[in-house]
Design a protein. Structure first.
Lengths: 277, 277
């Protein structure tokens, strides 16, 4: 968090209304005065930090107030909907951050570009471990149609970004299904990775460990290979996917495709031709 | 539904207590008397039918009572937790039914066995279209930690069944991740298939259509191929997966593996060696 300690001539608490101005400042600690917009951003940043390390049901509004050096009435002044509203605002901020990572331009072939997006994604998952896990696992008390809509929005951003990285303009239903499917695989891998980390270090959600399914870098390599193989299968079932795959595997992508073919081919034909186990 | 009209000597309503016995029978229609356990099963069957065709938020307790030919107080007598309890009981029944389909023994190679499980699964998805979609999409008002636990339980049953079909005894973390990932792909395909059907016939969730991503049979073939390809990629990254794949691709599975290798190989190497698009 990068919250400036600058004090506005009109204290944010007073500007926010009489109730906030009457907050028992001396008893609760040294509250800092911040301009309205800064205070709002600071509360969201503090909430995001707490929701990143704890599932939503374990974070109270008092925790946020304490960590922000603010009073409980002040937090309610900014977020009249209480914890749920603060949770959704924090989720919105996290979603925007993740979406912006997806859209950053990357050089290299399709595999390098996908690998880069995955690195960004696993970095984000690691930073927001507990909150991300609770969100994707579902069934959380903080889950609503609105939070599901935000999660879907991030998926759509990932979706768009992948199609852009692959230079696909008008994806048909099968190609869309392939990309959606791969995103589901990425989320499954991320959740499994988080579970491993949680098991390795009880009471500590981060850092994600090396045991179990492997490191983030190993999962990234596996996921890129899975993408190419899944795409190749779709190409067997769908003419558009076949055209896109062919153009993907020319130029910068030729090496990726040829390498995977050689590795898969020797494995599968070797196994198929080999002696029974 | 197959609800016998047999009448127990002690009417179920009276046996259930005075409040139910006082229900305004004449005004509400011809209620049928059923023994307690039969009545409970009937209410669950009626609820399941309604939740299958409508998302949970569109089904009221009165709808269930009306469809069951029962009074609202009677329904509350059996399900004091109201609609949410009835929803969870219906979900439990559906989950048990789906899990039992997974465990049915099947002949043939791994591809045939997986294909058969997928046929069962898509049949179930089609029968429970609206409810299934609402459940897997998340964010429903009826979603709780308990409903999420039931869904997870079904996933674990699918998981176990797939490992049994593949004759894997002690799956390591990478093999488990592979199976979880493929189940996520299957769910993604099923949801997309349901979305297609909903778009094709507004106001009618069933039957699932042929447009968009294709028929259930086409998706089944695609999913089986995806499984083999995803497994092959995992085998490149994990020794246990490689051993299991090798034994899978001998005997009854040899043809499946060899056929997919030939198809993928010609596609990928042809594309990699071909002229730029």
């Amino acid at each position: 968090m990068d919250v400036p300690a600058a004090v506005d001539p009109v204290p944010a608490d007073a500007a926010a209304g009489p109730a906030a101005a009457r907050a028992p400042r001396a008893r609760r600690g040294p509250y800092r005065r911040l301009p309205v917009e800064q205070r709002r951003e600071q509360l969201i940043a503090v909430a995001l930090e707490l929701f990143s390390r704890h599932p939503p049901e374990e974070v109270s509004l008092d925790d946020v107030a304490l960590a922000a050096g603010a009073s409980r009435p002040l937090v309610y002044r900014y977020f009249p909907g209480g914890k749920q509203q603060l949770y959704e605002a924090a989720l919105r901020t996290a979603a925007d951050e993740l979406s912006s990572r997806f859209t950053a331009p990357v050089d290299g072939g399709p595999a390098e570009r996908l690998g880069h997006v995955l690195d960004q994604y696993f970095g984000f998952v690691d930073e927001h471990a507990a909150g991300y896990g609770a969100l994707l696992r579902g069934g959380s008390v903080a889950e609503t149609e609105r939070t599901s809509a935000i999660v879907d929005e991030v998926r759509r951003a990932a979706h768009r970004s992948i199609l852009e990285q692959l230079l696909v303009k008008d994806p048909g239903p099968r190609l869309l299904l392939l990309v959606r499917s791969w995103i589901a695989v990425v989320e499954t891998a991320a959740l499994t990775w988080l579970d491993d980390a949680r098991r390795d270090s009880p009471g500590e959600a981060s850092p994600a460990g090396e045991a179990g399914v492997g490191s983030a870098a190993e999962l990234r390599d596996w996921l890129v290979d899975e993408f190419v193989a899944m795409f190749a299968v779709s190409a067997l079932h769908d003419p558009q996917s076949q055209r896109v795959l062919r153009s993907m595997l020319t130029g910068a992508g030729a090496e990726t495709g040829a390498r995977l073919v050689a590795r898969l081919g020797s494995l599968l034909t070797g196994a198929a031709a080999g002696p029974p186990a």
